[in-house]
Design a protein around this ligand. Structure first.
Ligand SMILES: Cc1cc2nc3c(=O)[nH]c(=O)nc-3n(C[C@H](O)[C@H](O)[C@H](O)COP(=O)(O)O)c2cc1C
Length: 149
């Protein structure tokens, strides 16, 4: 079975509560599992970045739900391509919000610190994480977004 991947980023329409995120994850995990889709979702201060992988039909069904969701807008597709292997075979939807400290084992797995090789999907996840974490640290340190971490 040929596998496909899809990655996008988007903006929340309003800052979601923990309850709203929990409901989103519960509904997503159920639907994704039914359609053999796995992946991860990052969230930070109103921004989402999601990586999905699975059979084309499953990806299309899940992405249709993503596009139809009223929780976010400005959905910007970053990547859509065939893949040979899954990166997250045991996660119907892994989740991390920016704010976890360093040495978080789930985050390490998401960013591929334990994986061999670097797929385009992993590179996007790492780039997004570096960007939002870099931005947060720069703001906290009172700098003006010079990209320092
Ligand atoms: C950032 C984001 C990621 C989502 N990811 C998935 C997903 O992986 N699988 C899925 O079935 N639905 C996904 N959805 C759709 C949610 O299941 C849906 O938004 C939620 O059930 C609430 O529905 P509503 O936005 O129409 O009120 C996602 C929605 C958002 C905003």
């Amino acid at each position: 079975m040929q596998l496909h991947s899809l990655s996008y980023m988007s903006s929340a329409v309003h800052l979601p509560t923990r309850d709203e995120i929990d409901r989103l994850l519960e509904s997503s995990r159920r639907f994704n599992a039914q359609h053999l889709v796995t992946g991860v979702l990052f969230y930070s201060d109103g921004g989402f970045h999601q990586y999905l992988e699975g059979p084309l039909e499953g990806i299309e069904r899940v992405y249709a739900r993503v596009l139809a969701s009223r929780m976010h807008h400005n959905i910007f597709e970053l990547m859509r391509e065939p893949i040979d292997v899954r990166e997250f075979s045991d996660w119907s939807m892994g989740y991390r919000a920016v704010g976890v400290g360093p040495n978080d084992p789930v985050l390490d797995r998401m960013l591929g610190h334990e994986a061999d090789g670097t797929s385009p999907g992993r590179m996007l996840l790492s780039a997004y994480w570096d960007k939002v974490v870099g931005h947060r640290v720069a703001v906290a340190a009172g700098r003006s977004g010079d990209g320092a971490r």
